[in-house]
Design a protein. Structure first.
Length: 264
């Protein structure tokens, strides 16, 4: 995340504005549902006059939630929101967003401790960052901060890809280090190719020995005995399976909370 933060600081305000936009109707819907549920809970608490059951909404401690903006296109009966973004103050001053992220992840109580560096997730898994629905404003601010982190990491990764340019013909593209994907597939394929080449060489050696034995009779027996190790090695390789591992990342968007929509 440090390199992504450095890139965010180095970008122009316009580049930061374009990067800090989330065009995903499902993410927008999940965030709006959580906001509605927390507002409904706070209103109910105020009506009954009981304090301390819910954390009140505080703009100063919730900079991401208090300033997020939604946009979209008008539908037949209502407006469909498909975009979340932040005002100009977040683009003009790079420190505004970075400060909001640091505040969101400040340790408190039992959660105090060193936080692991975030890794870039596939876009289809971003919805999991807003699930399960937050139980407090503080929790929702932290969920939104994790989503913003992914937006910055994705923008930084795309910039790196543009700077490197398209890969050369026949060359494999370099995976992003943030994803942490193993490279077992490539090494296994190379080992499998070498095994097949060695097998063909041993088969050719046995055929030459067999022809020599047929033509020379008993004098060729030592040669046939010398290549027995090659036959044993070949049988061993025939029985050994060629292992291949693959990592599957599957993103599942959790369902909408019925209680949250009912509370609104």
């Amino acid at each position: 995340m440090e390199v992504a933060s450095e890139a965010w600081t180095a970008w122009s305000p316009e580049s930061r504005r374009q990067a800090l936009q989330v065009r995903n109707p499902e993410l927008v819907s999940l965030l709006r549902e959580s906001l509605s549920a927390l507002w409904a809970a706070e209103i109910r608490t105020r009506k009954v006059g009981v304090r301390g059951l819910t954390q009140p909404f505080d703009q100063t401690s919730l900079p991401l939630l208090s300033q997020v903006e939604f946009d979209g296109a008008p539908d037949a009966d209502d407006k469909v929101f498909t975009l979340m973004k932040w005002p100009r103050s977040f683009h003009d001053d790079a420190a505004t967003l970075l400060g909001a992220l640091r505040r969101a992840f400040e340790p408190s109580g039992a959660s105090a401790g060193r936080r692991c560096a975030p890794r870039l997730l596939p876009r289809q898994r971003w919805c999991q960052l807003l699930q399960p629905p937050a139980a407090s404003w503080r929790d929702l601010e932290r969920q939104l901060a994790r989503l913003v982190e992914q937006v910055l990491l994705q923008a930084w990764a795309e910039e790196r890809s543009r700077q490197r340019g398209p890969p050369a013909a026949g060359a494999a593209s370099e995976p992003l280090p943030d994803l942490g994907e193993p490279t077992v597939r490539g090494s296994t394929a190379a080992a499998s190719t070498c095994s097949r080449v060695s097998k063909r060489q041993r088969q050719q050696e046995r055929r030459r020995c067999k022809k020599a034995a047929e033509s020379a009779g008993e004098r060729a027996r030592p040669d046939v005995t010398c290549s027995a190790s090659a036959v044993a090695d070949d049988r061993h390789n025939d029985q050994a399976p060629e292992g291949e591992s693959a990592c599957e990342l599957r993103g599942e968007a959790a369902g909408t909370s019925a209680g949250a929509s009912g509370g609104g």
